[in-house]
Design a protein around this ligand. Sequence first.
Ligand code: UD1
Length: 341
Amino acid sequence: MDKKKVLVTGGAGYIGAHTVVELVQSGYEVSIVDNLSKSDRTLLDGIEKILGMKVSFYQGDCCDRQFMNQVFQSAGTFSSVLHFAAFKSVGESVEYPLLYYQNNLNSLLTVLETMLENRVSDLIFSSSCTVYGQPDKIPVGETAPFKKAESPYGSTKQMSERILEDVAVKGLRIVSLRYFNPIGAHPSALLGEIPLGTPNNLVPYLTQTAAGIRDKVTVFGNDYNTPDGSCIRDFIHVVDVGDAHVKAMQFLQSRDDEKLCEAFNLGTGVGVSVLQLLEKFNAVTQVNTPYVIGPRRPGDVEKVYADPAKINKTLGWKTKFSIDESLLHAWQWEKKLRGIK
Ligand code: UD1
């Protein structure tokens, strides 16, 4: 089997696209599947510019079994699948729960069925720290129990991990990466996040405000039980996230196990508050971004950051970029997108 051929679902999205770049630069031949429902070709163009070559792209839906089978058969044998394709907006999931269950669970089930039918064993799955809810102990380790999910989006990630555990016994080798808060952009400023409509996440909202597209950032609550009263998160550079996927895939390839299902936290281990992040952003970019304090956002956890000991030790992965670099790259991408000098 050709160890170098890999399938990336959701490869035209923010995290998927950055991972595609890391995979190709590590010598892998990548095929992307994406239905472009939450993305467009901009990031595919960015990938091409960074790499100086086109990456195979199949436009279609991961929930479509016939389409997925065609991809598996026409691309040749994949050694691994990296499954990013999913909906990820917490608020939208509360409004359209069935859409989230249908899309996130059906696409995973179809990917698993297609892998089993085509005898592809290795899968890297995009999970989230949201599976922990508000953990009792911080930094949170992988053995912490899953609390009740705060949203249907969170439930789909918990259910997906449960499905993966059950299906691994059929001869699959699976790594779930529980992302904390991926931010930033490719240092070339050719790839980054393009939120649909008004951004929900903090950093794109911040960069759009600094660019003058939004009036001000609203900090959702300053009365939490944290040193400055705002929530604490573990912000991680998206290129480091991409690199962790390459290492997770290589970890599976190095193993002899016939079945395996492991979860790893993918975070830096450092907690940064929302107000601290704002301050750092202004210092790094020399922009005075306006902000106000607003009410808490329903569903937010007070503080969460990773214990990354397992991923550091087992995958030999460490963050390469600082939080300042993450913020600078996010700003450089926003400026490029808006034609700001
Ligand atoms: C959430 C999910 C995460 C998911 C991610 C992707 C939870 C606990 N986490 O991350 O699993 O992968 O979304 O969409 O469900 N904030 C402001 N003002 C803003 C925006 C955000 O103050 O305009 C604050 C939030 O209150 C939060 C922090 O910034 O404390 C980070 O928010 P955000 O970027 O939306 O990510 P999470 O909610 O942590």
